[in-house]
Ligand binder design. Structure first.
Ligand code: GAP
Length: 563
């Protein structure tokens, strides 16, 4: 699939627009149009329903070590600045960027790609930021200009090796920057924090600086105790949240894939340390299956387990669910979701002060004065398993838990195994990336007969019916003989069950095509026979099969086909 075709369809049919387009747009920001908002909402609703609402708290699902509870939160985008200091985002959440002294442009170091080329006894590294399809023609044009050669002399350019990223180049004096005319104009890579700063309140001093959240996860950690105290959930349980996150990406690119404002769908799953690895495996497989169920099956979807050397030492596993987006080079995959075993790193950091991720065992990171570099909340974020305590206390011959803790005061965790800091499994997905993957996967072109039976190329978005923005379109075959009135009544009857669309304009074949192009799974046509026997034809978008159904039975006929 060519990406340009999808991008053009998204704009033409109202899935996605560039933000502030009438003012020339704003890089890294996207608006969802009338169909896009339905599609993305369906993605988020399917996620919330499958992970939270429809989850059966009483039964262990296939592959899960036990039954578990799920609940949700909706936290603010701006939080106390200390949250980001203790989470590590303040110190560590950065990318490397390089600036071009000649063009005054800024690039993400690892996204500048190029190739070595030799001509006229000189060897240089020519770079570009263009897409994979255009990168060779882009560097060729730049190399020709640099060596002062005409296009017809392109064979004088001796290309050496394949495309590589800038961090792999040792001799930067030979680099021709993406927008530069001379060599050696790029600065050394520098750290750039990705959090957007803002000011809270009218005074605007340093103390009022805050940040737009770069992830929804921290809102869950800092509310862990509130949820425990208010909802009677017991470990193991998960807290889910969807919402906007903001990252000042240096080079936002590839449509919505890397945006500066985007939505996440995150779960923090709290469990006992001893069973945490089993829970990690469960969530990794459960989340992979969700994408398959939603229609991303096939070679373009893969689960990539991080090798042990890439893991933080407090984690026993991290995996990425990846999709081979068409804008990536052949054989490359882009992350849709990460599933990480995070141990007790986050809860302890918010409790004791930011932990040093390199320490073993984990210790609070200290500043030059020997005090915690970033102070935690000091609040107790441990979990007390009162069922286990009630079960064992008589056997232990103790009256109170206080007595138990006193007895074990020299142990590392005097309250264990009854009181402990839960371990966390974090499945963290992007709603926009998932939506983009569903758009890419759904785009298809095939041959279908027009109303005269002649085969024509049609563009069809093969969305899973749960995700399709419009579930069914209702047409009168012709605009006469009372057909529009019947079709409008069918439309009104269906509207309270599904998002349906009424269309009476143009030839019926054209109306089918318009619906295929936006991925409407079913088209319902009122025709001459309807007026005699109260049946309509239903047409399936993918198989093109048609069948007749009584008007009163349409909802029952369609509902099972939408699951
Ligand atoms: N709490 C963990 C966390 O935020 P992450 O890998 O940085 O982990 C999780 O982000 C998901 O959020 C990614 O897998 C991706 O789907 C989405 N995401 C991250 N940055 C994004 C961006 N700039 N634009 C769109 N989606 C993004």
């Amino acid at each position: 699939m060519q990406m340009e075709k999808l991008v053009s369809l998204c704009k033409r049919r109202g899935f996605l627009f560039q933000s502030s387009e009438i003012y020339g747009g704003l890089q890294g920001f996207w608006d969802y149009g009338p169909l896009g908002v339905e599609l993305k909402r369906n993605v988020k609703d399917a996620w919330w329903r499958d992970m939270v609402n429809a989850h059966d708290d009483l039964t262990a699902p296939a592959g899960a070590p036990a039954a578990y509870e799920m609940t949700g939160l909706d936290c603010t985008i701006i939080m106390h600045p200390q949250v980001w200091k203790c989470s590590g985002h303040y110190d560590l959440f950065h990318d490397y960027m390089v600036d071009c002294r000649e063009s005054r442009k800024r690039y993400r170091h690892d996204q500048v790609r190029g190739r070595w080329v030799e001509a006229k006894d000189q060897r240089i590294f020519v770079t570009t930021m263009d897409s994979v399809e255009e990168e060779q023609s882009s560097i060729q044009a730049k190399a020709l200009k640099f060596f002062n050669l005409r296009a017809k002399n392109a064979e004088q350019l001796n290309w050496i090796g394949d495309f590589i990223a800038l961090p792999e180049v040792d001799d930067t004096s030979k680099v021709l920057g993406p927008d530069a005319k001379s060599l050696d104009t790029l600065t050394e890579p520098r750290e750039f924090n990705l959090m957007f700063k803002t000011t809270v309140g009218a005074l605007g001093g340093e103390d009022d600086v805050s940040f737009l959240r770069p992830e929804t996860a921290q809102g869950i950690f800092v509310n862990f105790k509130n949820v425990l105290d208010s909802s009677r959930v017991k470990i193991p349980f998960g807290i889910a949240q969807t919402g906007k996150s903001f990252r000042n990406e240096i080079t936002p690119r590839n449509f919505t894939f890397r945006s500066r404002e985007f939505e996440q769908m995150e779960i923090e799953f709290f469990c006992h340390p001893e069973t945490s690895h089993e829970w990690y495996q469960y969530w990794r497989d459960r989340r992979m299956q969700w994408y398959i169920d939603m229609g991303l099956a096939g070679e373009r979807l893969r689960l990539r387990e991080h090798p042990p050397e890439e893991l933080s030492h407090y984690s026993t596993g991290t995996a990425d669910i990846e999709y081979a987006f068409p804008f990536l080079p052949e054989g490359e995959f882009g992350e849709l979701e990460g599933i990480a075993h995070r141990g007790d790193f986050d809860l302890r950091s918010h409790m004791e002060g930011k932990l040093d991720e390199k320490s073993l065992p984990l210790e609070v990171q200290l500043g030059p004065d020997g005090k915690p570099k970033w102070r935690g909340s000091g609040k107790d974020l441990s979990y007390f398993d009162d069922d286990a305590w009630e079960r064992d206390k008589e056997q232990l011959g103790l009256r109170s838990f206080k007595e138990y803790v006193k007895q074990n005061k020299d142990a590392d965790q005097p309250g264990a195994p009854y009181q402990y800091i839960p371990h966390v499994i974090e499945p963290s997905a992007g709603a926009d990336r998932a939506t983009l993957a569903f758009l890419c996967e759904s785009y298809d072109e095939d041959q279908a007969p027009d109303e005269k039976g002649k085969m024509q190329t049609r563009t069809v978005m093969r969305f899973h019916p749960r995700l399709a923005p419009v579930k069914a379109a209702v047409f009168p075959l012709v605009k006469k003989d009372g057909m529009p009135a019947v079709a409008q009544q069918v439309y009104r009857d269906l509207k309270s069950h599904f998002n349906v669309f009424y269309d009476e304009k143009g030839a019926v074949g054209r109306r089918y095509r318009r619906q295929d192009e936006i991925g409407t799974p079913f088209c319902i046509t009122v025709d001459g026979q309807t007026l005699e026997d109260q049946t309509v034809t239903v047409r399936d978008r993918d198989s093109l099969e048609q069948w007749r159904v009584k008007i009163d039975d349409i909802v029952e006929d369609l509902r099972p086909r939408m699951i």
